[in-house]
Design a protein around this ligand. Structure first.
Ligand SMILES: Cc1cc2nc3c(=O)[nH]c(=O)nc-3n(C[C@H](O)[C@H](O)[C@H](O)COP(=O)(O)OP(=O)(O)OC[C@H]3O[C@@H](n4cnc5c(N)ncnc54)[C@H](O)[C@@H]3O)c2cc1C
Length: 362
């Protein structure tokens, strides 16, 4: 690769600027480490997601007015669900694992978290993809591909992998299989002055639907299904999405116009449809010689558990504390092993909850 530059060596480089990467870098910088965050948007989730009550508290510990001033969203206090129950459930986390939270644009959340990290002293390198990582004696050498097409090298003592579920993991022991679960997502309905405040969840014979209120008064819906179901459809993606949506009991009424009339054409009120990898990535490896993985790169929970962001932040904080300890002392082996055990235990607990609530299998 033709190189056009090299940066100064640092304590740690975080690869990926989603919630896990941003919070890990922020915690490292506040702990006194010299840290860079390399971020490329190519695999970003997009759309609207629910920041759970616990994820919200974790973020507010770093920035108390985050959801009031920095990245405001819509309070979601209710879940309307056909989640393995005979009729709609109106309640909080008692009947399903989603619970209450804030519905927020993912782009806004991620950008605000990266800004927070930057303010804390993290050197954020935007629009840049890490395309290679190699060990050079006691350091890592990262090959960066900058937005303008230039290449650069970055050297660091430690690497944090925060690349999410869709990206290469670089240190993985197991090859990445093609994803088998996919989420099709789009905005629904007409704009209304009174935005909703409930999360809708509905199980179908071929997948799960969810819908969250958006700031523009519409709803944002996702259909999590198998890639096979989408491949074998006999209509355009748009018609397939629309037809499946109209089979639901809970989401169809969200297509109703602001005046209370059902939309007259099936696909008239559906925005551009985007597709995202939605597999559950089981825990494989979360640490090794000079590196750790945080967030979905270590273990990706079911998209439908609504716990992805909180688990990502939780692992990011744990990982950052382990790294700070390793930077201070020479004993990285023990702290990294303890970190990996804690992530493994968390993944197992999540799996048991998923089985108990029956929201795991499609
Ligand atoms: C359809 C769907 C709906 C979901 N809904 C919710 C929800 O409502 N609530 C919830 O809590 N969770 C939800 N989740 C899960 C949640 O989105 C993830 O668990 C969470 O985003 C994980 O954060 P992360 O930082 O580990 O990874 P990500 O958010 O995936 O961030 C990783 C970032 O790293 C970047 N990157 C990757 N490779 C490189 C590279 N080589 N160089 C530079 N940058 C790179 C990517 O572009 C990406 O922006 C959902 C998931 C899906 C698929």
């Amino acid at each position: 690769m033709a190189q056009s530059g090299s940066r100064q060596s640092i304590d740690a480089v975080v690869v990926g600027g989603g919630p896990a990467g941003a919070i890990c870098a922020l915690t490292l910088a506040r702990g006194g480490a010299r840290v860079s965050l390399v971020h490329w948007d190519g695999y970003s989730i997009g759309g609207i997601e629910l920041v759970s009550g616990r994820a919200r508290r974790l973020i507010e510990q770093h920035c108390p007015d985050f959801f009031l001033q920095v990245a405001p969203g819509i309070e979601v206090n209710e879940t309307v669900s056909l989640w393995g129950t005979p009729g709609p459930v109106r309640s909080s986390a008692m009947f399903n694992p989603w619970g209450a939270g804030v519905a927020l644009e993912r782009e806004l959340l991620d950008r605000a978290l990266r800004n927070l990290a930057s303010t804390a002293g993290v050197s954020v390198i935007p629009d840049t993809k890490v395309v290679g990582i190699a060990r050079r004696s006691d350091r890592w050498e990262l090959s960066l591909r900058l937005g303008e097409g230039e290449d650069e090298l970055l050297h660091a003592r430690f690497v944090v992998l925060a690349t999410g579920r869709a990206a290469a993991r670089f240190f993985d022991q197991t090859p990445m299989a093609e994803s088998s679960q996919i989420a099709l997502m789009a905005s629904l309905g007409q704009q209304s002055d009174a935005p909703g405040h409930a999360l809708h969840v509905e199980a179908m014979d071929n997948g799960w639907w969810y819908a969250l209120p958006a700031a523009d008064g519409r709803h944002f819906a996702g259909f999590c299904t198998s890639r096979e179901v989408v491949k074998q459809r006999d209509a355009s993606l748009r018609d397939f999405f629309s037809r499946e949506l109209h089979r639901t009991r809970l989401l169809t009424p969200l297509m109703t116009s602001a005046e209370g009339n059902p939309c007259n054409t099936r696909s008239a009120r559906i925005s551009r449809i985007t597709g995202r990898t939605a597999d559950v990535r089981p825990f494989s490896k979360a640490a090794g010689e000079g590196w750790i993985a945080v967030g979905d790169a270590a273990f990706a929970p079911d998209a439908l558990s609504g716990m992805g962001i909180e688990l990502a932040i939780e692992s990011a904080q744990r990982g950052a504390h382990a790294l700070l300890e390793a930077i201070r002392t020479a004993g990285q082996h023990d702290v990294f092993a303890a970190y990996e055990d804690s992530i493994h235990a968390r993944a197992m607990r999540h799996h048991e909850t998923a089985v108990a609530y029956r929201y795991r299998e499609l």
